[in-house]
Design a protein. Structure first.
Length: 198
């Protein structure tokens, strides 16, 4: 269970881990050095391999980095550890638990029965001294991918938009009015091709 729940964990925790890797040379584990998403060019800044069958890469635009950013994309690939449906359900369970302590947390999702893809978007925040310190809008796209041995793996493409402190109220209003558009951008996005280092 610990292994399952550790997959596709919170973006906030993910950023904390990747921050410690910034000073190290980045190895492109998925042959994806850059990603163009919604007219923004993102370059690979961090890569992480929790185990032999799990790859995670993080991309930022311009001079942004894990310490301060307005947007970020991630690519995560998992082979042979759990089904896409289960990974998606773990995330829903995590968000349901988060709603009890995060007044901002809210989510919605869609399932494409033709492609087998799952789409999830949610708002979350970091509260500090009863004030909102950070607000994020995250959108996840779970896609089944074939493996060399004929089994099915999971590719997760994540888009994150973030605001800090005084920017948070305006960002929340913007996110609520544009979340459908932002979600449609993700759903229509041509997913990048990757090749995992074995």
């Amino acid at each position: 269970m610990k292994l399952k729940m550790g997959l596709f964990f919170s973006v906030f925790l993910c950023i904390a881990i990747f921050s410690n890797l910034c000073a190290q040379k980045v190895t492109d584990l998925l042959s994806l050095p850059a990603i163009n998403y919604n007219a923004t060019h993102y370059t690979l800044q961090n890569a992480y391999q929790p185990n032999d069958n799990h790859y995670k890469q993080v991309y930022f635009s311009g001079n942004e980095n894990s310490h301060h950013f307005s947007s970020m994309v991630q690519v995560e690939v998992v082979y042979g550890q759990d089904s896409l449906r289960n990974l998606f359900q773990y995330k829903l369970n995590e968000l349901e638990a988060l709603k009890k302590s995060d007044p901002v947390c809210d989510y919605s999702y869609e399932i494409n029965s033709k492609t087998g893809e799952y789409f999830l978007c949610y708002l979350s925040s970091v509260q500090k001294n009863k004030n909102t310190d950070i607000v994020e809008w995250n959108a996840f796209r779970y896609k089944p991918v074939p493996t060399n041995n004929g089994s099915i793996g999971v590719m997760l493409f994540t888009v994150t938009k973030r605001a800090y402190k005084r920017e948070c109220p305006a960002f929340l209003e913007d996110a609520k009015s544009k979340k459908s558009t932002w979600m449609n951008d993700l759903m229509s996005f041509a997913m990048p091709e990757f090749r995992a280092i074995q």
